[in-house]
Structure formats: C-alpha cells, structure tokens
Design a protein around this ligand. Structure first.
Ligand code: C2E
Ligand code: MG
Ligand code: MG
Length: 592
C-alpha cells in the first residue's frame, strides 16, 4: 500500500544507500506486514507510506490513501503539520473505527529528517484489549455492577472536591438513603427479586436528577445522593419528599407487586460538617432517627441527634462491659396448667445488672444486643446460668419442668450460631428438658430455620415454641407450614380477652388450627382472674403464663435455707403461685 510517491521515496533512499532491488522488495514486504500500523507523511500531510495494518486501522483501501477520505485519515492529514512543528515524538491515544470494528490505538508520531525530506513517521499499536481490560478494572473499582451507579469513593471524591473549593456555589446536600425492610423483602421474595428491586429503586431515585447531582450505591441497600448546587434547605426537602412519594408506588417485579420505601437522612454543607466524613456521619445519624421512627420519611441532621448518638453509645458501652463482665442473671417465670395449677415448665428471662447495679429488663437491651452482634454470647450466658442452677430449678419446679430459652429471630436462622448452640444444649446432658422460643418471623421468612435448624433441634430432642404469635409478619395460614411444639399467643390478644369479641374469634381460630397441627397452645400475659376465667370457660387452652400466676422470679429468692424434702418441693412452687396470685394487686416480693 504505497502511493506512487512512496515508491519514489523508498527508491530514492534505497539508491542513496546502494540498496538492491531485491533488498528493496524485501524491506517493502517487511514494512507492509509489520503488525503495527506504520505511516509516513510529508510536510503537507500527504501519505508517503501506509502499511497494511495502518490501512486497516485508518479505513483506507489499498493504493488509494490520498484520494480516500475517512475520519481517521483526515485527522492524520490535518494534524501532521502541527506534529512536525513540535519537533519531538508525541504519543497519543486514538479511537478509530474501521472494518475491524472500534479500536484504540496507541500512536507514536515522530518527526524525522530523511535525506532532504521532513517527514512524520507514525507507528500505532492496537491496545484495544488492554484498554477494555483497564476500563473493566476502572468500572469494577468505581461503579457498582448491579445498578451501574458510581460507588462510594466517587461521591466521596466529589464531595471532598466541593468542600476544598469552598466557593459560594459550593453549597450541597448529602442525602443518605436506606431501603426499609430490605432484609424481609430479600428473605420473602428471594435474592433475584431483591436485586431487581434495587435496580428499579435506583432508577426511581435517579429520575429528575440534574447533571450536576450524583447518585451512588454505597452498599447493599444504601445509597448516597449528592445534590449540588443547592440554595435553600426547603428546596432540598421538597425535592426529596417528591422522591419519597415516587418510591411509595408499588414496584412490579416478575409479576409480583412489591412495596418498598426508604428512610433518608440529610446533611448540608457547610452547616453540618466540613468534610465528607463528617457530612456522611451526620446524614447517617439523621437517617437512623428516621429508621427508629416511622421509616419511609426524611430528616435533616440536627445537633440534638449528636447528643442522642452519644447517649446510645453509652448504652452500647455499658452493654459491652456487662457482657464482658458477665453481669447477667436470669429470672424464671412459670408456665402453668390452668386446669390443674401444676407447673408445666419455666421460661428463662435474662436480666442485666447495669453499672450502678440496677437490674434492667431485656426490653432495654435485647434489640441493641442483636444489632451489635452480642446476642449470641448473651444466649450462651443464659444457658450457662441455667446449667449452673439446674439443681435448684429441679428442687423448685420439679425434675420434669420444661425449660424455655428465648432465641432472637436473627439467631434462629443463623447456622453458625445454632449449630454450636444445639451442641451446647446437648452437652448439658438434659437436652430434652429444653424448649427454644423463637418469634414467628424466623418461620415466615425464607430462612434456614424451618428447613435446617428445626431438624437439628428435633434430633437432640429440644422442643420449639413460637413466641409472641399473632403480632409478627405471618398469617394464620402460615401456621400450616410450621412445625413447632408450642404456640404462645401474644399478650396483646389475651389482655381483657373476656371483653373483646374480635380477639376471642382470633383465639378460637388459632386454637383449632394448633389443635389440628398437634401444637400445644399457651396464653401469654394473664394478669387477671377474669382473663383466666374466660380461658378456662370458653376455650380448650390448657396452659398460660402471666403475672397472675407468677412474675419472673430470681431463684435465690426461693432458695431455702436448708435443703427441702421432695414433698415440700411442689408445695413451694405452688406456694409461689399462690402468693403471686394473692398479692398480685399489692407489691409482691417476686415483682420485677
Ligand atoms: P417474651 O419471651 O415474650 O417473654 C415474656 C415477657 O412478658 C417477659 O418480659 C415477661 O416478664 C413479660 N410478662 C410475663 N407475664 C406478663 C404479664 O402478665 N403481664 C405483662 N405485662 N408482662 C408479662 P421480659 O422479661 O421483659 O422480656 C421481654 C422480652 O425479651 C421477652 O419476651 C423475650 O422476647 C426477650 N428476652 C428475654 N430474655 C431473653 C433472652 O435470653 N434472649 C433473647 N433473645 N430474648 C430474650
Ligand atoms: Mg419468650
Ligand atoms: Mg412472648
């Protein structure tokens, strides 16, 4: 592929060096077949030489480079004079499209003097593959694969840039968005739907953004939205509220109608922080506040939130130190046969002794312990205490009383916790005495609990109870798929049951379903004689638990000074029941 000019050009130079025609042909053929694209242009940009690879890269047909026009060739012609004028080698990247498709070329343009001619020698290597690989690496480093959105470091870089610039137009808002209940959606619909939802969710958030705004996905169900430039906080609030409203409409995924919402916390630069980290932290605090409220809303950061966070941190610290120092103990509450008044079993309820020695009920720390990942250790501590006190438990409640132990739903479907826990139950030597109480959430979600963990417990003879039934996410029909031994009807149904026909109806339905499925029913939270009388007269429910019979008690309080004769044992237990019943309205010695 040489124009007539090249031939002369090569012929001239060859003559100068005394090259033979054979050598010339040889050289020509080598140059022509070099894998790199080689061109030589004169000072007017005309091509003196274009080898085969260059002809392909530049979209030129053989022998016609100077008459053919292609964007690449034209570009080279136009740029030639300037490149020659620079007088040194210039390396550039070119994107070209030819019959070979889109390519990226790395080209070295080198001005040369050959004889009396001033020429530009350009040599191009095809770096398409390498470039694609680099692009892939770049995308993997900066872009989220699922949604195609930039990742955290992009928004971080952008925010820090704006902070550094600090000019008048630099005001921006950083909104931290977290999808509500995404775990449930994932568990219930499966991960494929969860992923599809995230994609659609990202699209809906991204709608109506300006070129200068930036949306990024920073982890699973968390997004950061940088809004820049902004003027007033009210504008930001209005914009985000519109976005939240948009998110409220159902998502249609694989034929399913999925409802989702997001909790949003917002911080503003410069008011709420002088760095990305600070702004992000404060937006996070604001989001946390929304999560703990009703969810599906937005809040701006305020300094009060910082104080709250500090207070929370204090509770966290005290919980951690309580676990470290094993400042826990168990209170036991009886499960009573309401027909015979015998004690069927007991439930261990954990208590914490705080830094000041005050006993705290689990309502104040269980959720936090779950959140902080401390709950597993806590559950093992409860089991340890039961094992330590087993003689006293037997003496007080009898050798056949079942021992119920609460396990949080999150733990219940976690094999890494449940396997060793089941082993620990087995190692007590009396696993058949134990009953694990789990809230219904563990059964409903498509988790491992029903399939893998229930059999694990069954194998060692540990019974399973569904705690707080009726207030979770499951429906009555879900009961049919659950294989548990006991179902505990939540206190909210039992309170004033004698006066509430709707709760009575629900109770009857649960009762007959449980009977059909062979599950024992137990009513939680009996506080009054009327409630008990209703259960006894109007239902077949056999077991109940509640302050009416006994508040949770510490074993030491029942510890007799001298060991009891076995006949005295039951009378002690029933005395406890009796005393509780009588002193229900008064302050009981067992009141906790
Ligand atoms: P739960 O398992 O449903 O336990 C029953 C709760 O209701 C206990 O509260 C008990 O003291 C209270 N209660 C019992 N009878 C009555 C009554 O007649 N009226 C009223 N108002 N309340 C009654 P507690 O001990 O504060 O425990 C609260 C929850 O904390 C428990 O609910 C359980 O879900 C959780 N919990 C307790 N111990 C543990 C534990 O070791 N591990 C885990 N994961 N959770 C625990
Ligand atoms: Mg329980
Ligand atoms: Mg309960």
């Amino acid at each position: 592929m040489y124009s007539s000019d090249h031939f002369n050009f090569l012929a001239e130079t060859s003559d100068d060096r005394g090259t033979t025609q054979a050598e010339l042909r040889f050289l020509r053929s080598v140059v022509s077949q070099l894998p790199s694209g080689v061109t030589v242009q004169d000072e007017h940009g005309r091509f003196l030489l274009v080898n085969d690879a260059a002809a392909l890269q530049l979209g030129a047909a053989a022998n016609s480079v100077d008459v053919v026009s292609s964007p690449q060739l034209d570009g080279r012609r136009d740029g030639c004079r300037e490149l020659l004028a620079r007088g040194r080698t210039v390396i550039s990247e070119e994107k070209v499209t030819s019959t070979l498709g889109a390519q990226t070329l790395l080209t070295a343009h080198r001005p040369l003097r050959i004889g009396d001619r001033h020429v530009l020698l350009s040599s191009s290597a095809d770096i398409t593959e390498q470039k694609e690989f680099e692009d892939q690496l770049f995308r993997a480093a900066y872009y989220d694969e699922l949604t195609g959105l930039p990742m955290r470091r992009v928004v971080e870089h952008r925010a820090n840039h704006l902070v550094r610039r600090g000019d008048i137009d630099g005001r921006f808002a950083l909104a931290f968005l977290d999808l509500d209940n995404f775990k449930y959606i994932n568990d219930y619909y499966g991960h494929a739907t969860g992923d599809a939802l995230l994609i659609e969710f990202a699209k809906r958030i991204g709608r109506d953004l300006r070129e200068t705004d930036l949306l990024s996905r920073i982890s699973g169900d968390e997004f950061l939205l940088l809004l820049h430039p902004i003027d007033r906080a009210e504008e930001v609030a209005e914009f985000l509220q519109d976005m939240l409203n948009r998110l409220n409409a159902p998502f249609f995924i694989d034929g399913a109608e999925v409802f989702a919402s997001a909790s949003v916390g917002v911080s503003l630069f410069p008011e709420h922080g002088a760095s990305y980290d600070m702004l992000r932290h404060n937006a996070d605090l604001a989001m946390y506040r929304v999560k703990n409220g009703g969810k599906g809303a937005m809040a701006f950061f305020s300094s009060a939130m910082e104080h709250e966070a500090l207070a929370r941190m204090k509770v966290e610290q005290s919980l951690r130190s309580a676990i470290l120092e094993k400042r826990f103990c168990c209170a036991f509450q009886t499960k009573v046969d309401i027909r015979t008044e015998e004690i069927k079993g007991i439930e261990a309820l954990v208590r914490l002794r705080d830094n000041e020695g005050v006993i705290q009920a689990p309502g104040s720390f269980i959720n936090l312990a779950v959140e902080l990942g401390l709950i597993d250790e806590l559950t093992h501590l409860v089991l340890d205490e039961i094992v330590k006190s087993i003689d006293l438990i037997n003496e007080t409640f009898g050798h056949s009383a079942t021992i119920s132990i609460n396990v949080a739903a999150k733990q219940a479907s976690n094999l890494d916790f449940m396997r060793p826990f089941a082993r620990a139950l087995e190692n007590t030597g009396f696993p058949k005495r134990f009953m694990v109480e789990v809230t219904e959430d563990a059964f409903v979600t498509r988790s491992q609990f029903q399939d893998e963990i229930v059999p694990l417990l069954r194998e060692i003879g540990v019974a399973i109870s569904i705690d707080d039934f009726g207030i979770g996410y499951s429906s009555l029909s879900a009961l049919a798929d659950i294989t548990a031994d006991e179902i505990k009807i939540d206190r909210s149904f039992i309170t004033d049951i004698h006066k509430r026909p709707r709760s009575q109806g629900i109770l009857r339905a649960i009762e007959s379903l449980s009977e059909a499925l062979g599950m024992t029913v137990i009513a939680e939270g009996i506080e009054s004689f009327e409630e008990l009388a209703y259960l006894q007269a109007a239902t077949k429910i056999r077991y109940a638990q509640g302050y009416y019979f006994s508040r949770p008690i510490f074993l030491e309080e029942l510890k007799p000074v001298t060991p009891l004769a076995s006949e005295a044992r039951m009378s002690l237990a029933s005395r406890a029941v009796q005393e509780n019943r009588q002193s229900y309205a008064r302050t009981s010695q067992y009141r906790r």
